[in-house]
Design a protein around this ligand. Structure first.
Ligand code: UDP
Ligand code: MG
Length: 307
């Protein structure tokens, strides 16, 4: 019988943790597989770690890692994958937004249909603010146009993968991790299961609009260099316009002889070009700051306690 390692990143989830474990056991009772649980406490400030300890007393299949501070879900998933020993590896949110009832079907896709990975995407965004859905859609449209790596709209981190695929993911040791891209970048045959959005059982989402926006910029920087080309394209375009204008005003002055009037026009042009230049330097800065962070080669997470 194969072992499935279930990785559960948790950040301030004292309420959801026991609910998750009970629901999980109930819904996967009939499965033909052994389980190993790796709960990752991502520097919670509530009693999440205590909950892990209690669960471990109840069930020896439970392992946990506790970070020295909050490193983010990406780091938590990475730590879980490093600790996992199973033949298959599943990643699940603790808030039950990733229904454990899908796992039997996922296992079947890998064992019987020969896929390396079964991933899930939600087809609805019910219960989410409209404006957030709008920006999310726009993000997926932009990134898929400018990146060679396919980023699937609505893809969740909930997936079941083979050991081989996880070993490949672990070879990507970048510090700014964008898993939606990494899962797709490593390749392998992925089957997509679709389901309706489920609302979380307890607690609140950790993502503010601002943090999602920054995360989406990270994603674009990590999986596309297209923004860098924007600066060159804009530069060439403006040189061309300037060249045509020079000829136009030169000829106009030769024929009619009147000087070019327009102080306001000059100010507008100076401000406009200044803005574009800063924008392009900003893009460069984004890539440079990421390069800077990666060259420091800091660890992706720091463990305080592990069982
Ligand atoms: N999470 C984490 N570290 C963080 C933020 C979130 O480990 O810094 C975990 C969180 O406990 C949950 C999962 O990541 O298990 C998904 O988080 P959340 O439900 O807040 O995100 P959403 O489902 O709203 O996208
Ligand atoms: Mg959630």
């Amino acid at each position: 019988m194969k072992t499935i390692s279930v990785i559960v990143p948790c950040y301030n989830e004292e309420e959801s943790t026991p609910l998750f474990f009970d629901a999980f056991l109930k819904e996967t009772a009939g499965m033909n597989a052994e389980f190993e649980f790796i709960f990752v406490d991502d520097g919670s400030s509530d009693k999440t770690l205590e909950q892990f300890r209690l669960l471990r007393e109840r069930d020896s299949r439970i392992h946990y890692i506790s970070f020295s501070r909050n490193f983010g879900k990406e780091s938590a998933m990475f730590a879980g994958m490093e600790a996992a020993k199973g033949d298959y590896i599943a990643i699940m949110d603790v808030d039950l937004q990733d229904p454990p009832s899908l796992l039997p079907a996922m296992l079947q896709c890998i064992e019987q249909e020969g896929f390396d990975c079964v991933a899930t995407r939600r087809v609805t965004r019910k219960g989410e603010p409209k404006i957030r859905s709008f920006f999310a859609r726009m993000f997926y449209r932009i990134i898929n146009r400018i990146s060679k790596t396919e980023i699937v709209d609505g893809a969740r981190d909930f997936r079941l993968m083979t050991r081989q695929m996880v070993d490949s993911i672990l070879r990507l040791r970048e510090v700014s991790r964008f898993s939606k891209g990494i899962f797709s970048w490593v390749g392998y045959q992925t089957k997509w299961l679709e389901y309706e959005n489920v609302e979380r059982v307890a607690g609140e989402t950790k993502w503010s609009f601002w943090s999602l926006l920054l995360y989406s910029i990270d994603g674009i920087i990590a999986f596309s260099t297209a923004p860098l080309a924007i600066a060159s394209v804009i530069g060439v375009l403006f040189c061309l316009i300037a060249f045509l204008l020079i000829i136009f005003f030169f000829v106009k002055t030769l024929i009619w002889g009147d000087p070019v009037a327009g102080f306001p026009a000059t100010i507008c042009i100076v401000l406009f070009l200044g803005g574009i230049q800063l924008f392009c330097i900003g893009i460069l800065g984004q890539y440079m700051s990421k390069t800077f962070l990666e060259t420091k080669n800091r660890p992706i997470y720091i463990t305080k306690e592990q069982r």
